[in-house]
Design a protein around this ligand. Structure first.
Ligand code: IVH
Length: 715
């Protein structure tokens, strides 16, 4: 008879279950983790231990009995061929050897059967279904059994083949290829820099950024994110009689490579556990040099027949594989103060000034603190001992405080209610975590504003860097970005460090920037939410700055690709007289404030000509035109043999008859909206065929004609 469970143990188990479930939901469903991986592991292992000691506690709804949380988003759900498993961990060589010993008791052969070792990528697990070599579905892991259908998003990842190559052993007729989608550190850093320049929120780490990108509702957004993929497993349909054409994990990785799937080049075979441990040790120093985050090494028993023999624990973790986890790059130090940097958009960014500490070979003095809520949630206070984490190229982060019981602490941090740079009362827009200085004349905002205006992607003023800008501001030569164009040789020569030649060079750089054009000026003005892309769309749509500044919010929103928050921010910006004065000064200085209107962008529709006829169900004529032109297509008024597509609405007239006569394909509005995906898929498939060495089929004159009156299948 099993002894009764003491009530305090039962209560603890219930508490753990709830904490883990909650954390799972935030992590899996909302991409907003609250616990570090180590904290989660600790809770999970505690619960597992309690359930081992008291099996009555093992309720069917315990997080130990399943993988992750219910998917909770508007993406469609889809069931995996078999559950996507997770891995148990080993944190030391002893634990890894103990894992082998446990396995050896079930199957003595493991000791000599060899192991496959693979970097454990910190991304998100996905499953790609291939049928007869064709990618038909891509799904997130979800709760392990049911994931989300993200096929269209995954198709945007270039290295995921839409069709398998013919090399190697014959691929199964139907299989799920499993692997990890991740964001390289370099791409992550670039994307965050761009987002912060555009006044958008930044991602906490590459894993979150990758997960967010994969779970987008709009594949167009996913496509702009630098995602990558590594394949590491294949699941066949357990109901079919199909067999894998290989018998070990290393052979499988080779086959995956032959089939055109990306496989981590650092994966390899080791003869025994000693060899595995050598790999693990050597890899620890290599991993810091990689362009992606690796949190350990996955060790897998080679022969598949032993996988069957060893089996899976609790439907969740296979015995034949384990993850050797490295200690993360953490260090403890003292938080000396919390300082605030006021950015160009007025956002107050808190950061930690630390007692310098070495983490993974680098001395860290500063760390990001994100925002006030984050600081309060983690309860980080000045004077605390804090844990600081450094991961790859990512800015160091304060994980949380280490507080002893009864320890005296400073008061909780509160954001100042006035801007530390200019003293203006700050504002907190509803629903935003950031606090803003609303004063556009704030010296900190002006400094970063000028830095941004002069930067490469804005006006690209050669020779106007941060240091010189600081000096000009201090000397009272600059009060706003337009003053740049009032700088003269006398001004410059009066300053230390300028000679005739350097002054000339800078003035030449400034003069050249006048010709950059409207989209660069608009982006350079640094209006919140108006990034490079939005600036380009607006410039093309309106052709002049006056049209943009005089537009209503509704008119701005009607421009395809411009969202409401952008429109509102722009409208509010234009309502401020000081901002308009800057624009006038720019004009008087001879800065070009116009753009070739409707100048075609380049994109997926480049080379295609569209004619629109009749009334479309949701888009106005202008919006449909914008949709086409912003993707590089042309819209013309009459149907000819050269017309690629006729977009047909209600009450279409003679153009429809003409198109039928000439055999021009017709699209409904819905089909038009699905066309970018379809073309992208066609192009990718063509590229795949080319890469597979197949003869490029003769370039079709137009994209495949979609079936009439049926939405274009987006898959
Ligand atoms: S094998 C038994 N191999 O780690 C099959 N997983 O904790 C389990 N991961 O969900 C997966 N790199 O997201 C495997 N080379 C690799 C991996 C890997 C990263 C992730 C994957 C999985 C999690 C398990």
């Amino acid at each position: 008879m099993t002894p009764p469970v003491p009530p305090e143990v039962a209560a603890r188990a219930a508490e753990l279950r709830e904490q883990i479930e909650h954390a799972n939901h935030l992590y899996y469903a909302l991409d907003a983790p609250t616990l570090s991986d180590q904290e989660w592991d600790r809770l999970f292992h505690e619960l597992k231990r309690l359930e081992e000691e008291h099996p009555q506690l093992r309720t069917p709804d315990s997080p130990t009995q399943r993988v992750g949380a219910e998917p909770a988003s508007k993406l469609e759900k889809t069931e995996h061929l078999a559950p996507m498993l997770s891995l148990d961990n080993a944190f030391s060589p002893e634990e890894l050897r103990a894992w082998e010993q446990r396995n050896a008791r079930m199957a003595a052969e493991v000791v000599t059967a060899g192991y496959d070792v693979e970097p454990k990528i910190d991304g998100l697990a996905i499953a790609l279904t291939y049928e007869e070599g064709v990618l038909v579905k891509g799904a997130t892991r979800g709760n392990g059994t049911i994931g989300e259908d993200v096929t269209r998003n995954l198709r945007t990842i270039r290295e995921i083949p839409l069709r398998l190559r013919a090399g190697g052993p014959p691929a199964p007729a139907r299989m799920e290829v499993r692997g990890e989608v991740y964001m390289p550190l370099s791409g992550f850093a670039e994307m965050n820099a761009r987002r912060s320049a555009e006044g958008l929120s930044t991602f906490a780490n590459p894993r979150n950024a990758a997960a967010g990108a994969v779970r987008q509702l709009d594949p167009g957004v996913t496509a702009t994110r630098p995602l990558r993929f590594f394949a590491y497993a294949v699941q066949l349909d357990p109901r079919s009689t199909e067999r894998l054409p290989v018998t070990t994990q290393t052979e499988l990785l080779a086959a995956l490579r032959d089939w055109g799937l990306p496989v981590n080049p650092l994966a390899g075979h080791r003869d025994d556990i000693g060899g595995v441990l050598e790999y693990v040790e050597k890899f620890e120093s290599t991993r810091g040099t990689l362009d992606y985050e690796v949190d350990g090494v996955v060790v897998k028993v080679e022969p598949f027949r032993l996988h069957e023999e060893l089996g899976v624990v609790g439907g969740r973790e296979p015995r034949w594989a384990t993850a050797y986890k490295y200690a993360p790059d953490l260090a403890e130090t003292t938080l000396n103060s919390i300082e605030i940097n006021v950015g160009r958009t007025g956002a107050l960014n808190p950061y930690a000034v630390l007692e310098p500490v070495e983490i993974g070979g680098v001395v860290v003095k500063l760390a990001t603190l994100h925002n006030e809520e984050d600081i309060q949630r983690k309860d980080i206070r000045v004077g605390d001992r804090v844990i600081v984490k450094r991961a790859g190229e990512v800015i160091p982060q304060v994980v949380g405080p280490v507080v002893a019981e009864g320890q005296a602490r400073a008061e909780p941090f509160v954001m100042p209610d006035r801007c530390p740079a200019c003293g203006t009362p700050v504002e907190k827009p509803e629903g935003e975590a950031m606090v803003f200085c609303p004063n556009s004349a704030c010296p900190a905002r002006i400094y970063w504003g000028v830095v941004h205006f002069a930067s490469r992607s804005a006006m690209d003023i050669r020779g106007l860097g941060e240091e010189r800008i600081r000096v000009f501001l201090e000397r009272g030569l600059l009060h706003d970005v337009a003053d740049i164009y009032a700088l003269t040789e006398e001004h410059l020569l009066a300053l230390e460090g300028f000679k005739e030649k350097s002054a000339r060079n800078l003035l030449d750089g400034i003069a050249a920037s006048k010709e950059r054009g409207l989209s660069h000026v608009l982006f350079g003005l640094g209006v919140r939410h108006v990034g490079e892309h939005a600036a380009e769309l607006l410039a093309r749509h309106y052709g002049s700055i006056d049209g943009i500044l005089d537009a209503s919010v509704d008119e701005l929103v009607a421009v395809h690709g411009i969202g409401r928050s952008t429109a509102e921010a722009l409208h509010a910006w234009a309502a401020i007289e000081g901002n308009r004065a800057v624009v006038r000064k720019l004009r008087d200085a001879g800065v070009v404030l116009t753009a070739a209107r409707g100048e075609p962008a380049s994109g997926i529709f480049t080379g295609h000509t569209f004619v629109i006829t009749g009334t479309l169900p949701t888009l106005t004529r202008g919006e449909a035109t914008e949709f086409v032109e912003s993707r590089g297509g042309r819209v013309t008024g009459s149907v000819t043999r050269k017309t690629s597509f006729l977009v047909v609405g209600e009450d279409a007239g003679s153009k429809l008859a003409k198109a039928q006569e000439l055999g021009v394909p017709q699209l409904t509005e819905e089909q038009l909206q699905a066309l970018p995906d379809q073309l992208a898929a066609d192009q990718a498939a063509a590229a795949e065929r080319a890469a597979a060495g197949e003869a490029e089929p003769e370039k079709p004159k137009r994209a495949k004609k979609p079936k009439k009156a049926e939405p274009v299948p987006s898959e």
